[in-house]
Design a binder for this molecule. Structure first.
Ligand code: CA
Length: 225
């Protein structure tokens, strides 16, 4: 279970990070909205814990942007203000839960666990151009034609489509398709991506799967480079 903590109060962020790590979560932190936006969010994290008051903006705007991009990662908002307005705004914006500071760590963990059990993390059908991937049915279709994918190819295509228009690093692709195994064998990754590319782009007009040199790969989206 991977969690991203977006919180500018260093002590609080470190405290939450340490506690969640002890609970078995894999934790990353961001100290500002800009830092959070730079990370590959979509499909990578199982949960985001987000402070409402960030140095370069507020959590509502960041959350709105995430949801606008189709990112349905469960979000717990942290607010120092106990006002009803903030709670309502947070939930309307797409937060799944909120905690008012100061909160007990046990309450955060309890809510995180409930969210992970109840929130449907994945959108069912991902798409780019005339390519669709039904995540639940594990079915890929391009221009009306079904494409048979191996488990690895499916995993690679899923994370690429969840981040369509943005480069996905080799490390993230590896971790997603090889389930947390850290032994990155470049050649193996390239071979699998190569096979996936031939399956989805062979004979098709637009080449959707692009190499991003020095970074990894991405799915090209028309008008959203
Ligand atoms: Ca803050």
């Amino acid at each position: 279970m991977r969690v991203l903590i977006i919180e500018d109060e260093k002590k609080l962020s470190a405290f939450i990070a340490k506690g969640l790590a002890q609970e078995g979560f894999s934790v990353d932190t961001a100290a500002s909205a800009a830092e959070a936006e730079k990370q590959t969010l979509n499909g990578v994290y199982d949960l985001i814990v987000m402070d409402v008051n960030l140095p370069d903006g507020d959590g509502f705007t960041l959350l709105e942007e995430l949801r606008r991009q189709g990112d349905q990662t469960p979000v717990i908002m942290l607010t120092a203000r106990g006002s009803v307005d903030d709670k309502v705004r947070g939930l309307e914006t797409g937060a799944n839960d909120y905690l008012t500071k100061p909160f007990s760590f046990r309450e955060l963990v309890a809510r995180a666990r409930v969210l992970m059990r109840t929130v449907e993390k994945n959108t069912d059908v991902l798409a780019a151009g005339d390519l669709t991937l039904d995540v639940r049915a594990r079915k890929a279709v391009r221009a009306g034609k079904t494409i048979e994918l191996t488990n690895k190819e499916f995993a690679l295509l899923e994370i690429l489509l969840r981040n369509a228009g943005r480069p996905v690093s080799r490390a993230v692709l590896w971790e997603h398709a090889w389930e947390g195994s850290f032994e990155v064998d470049s050649n193996v990754l390239d071979v699998h991506v190569g096979r996936l590319r031939r399956k989805i782009d062979a004979g098709a007009g637009d080449k959707l799967l692009q190499t991003v040199y020095g970074v990894g790969y991405k799915i090209e989206v028309q008008g959203r480079a």
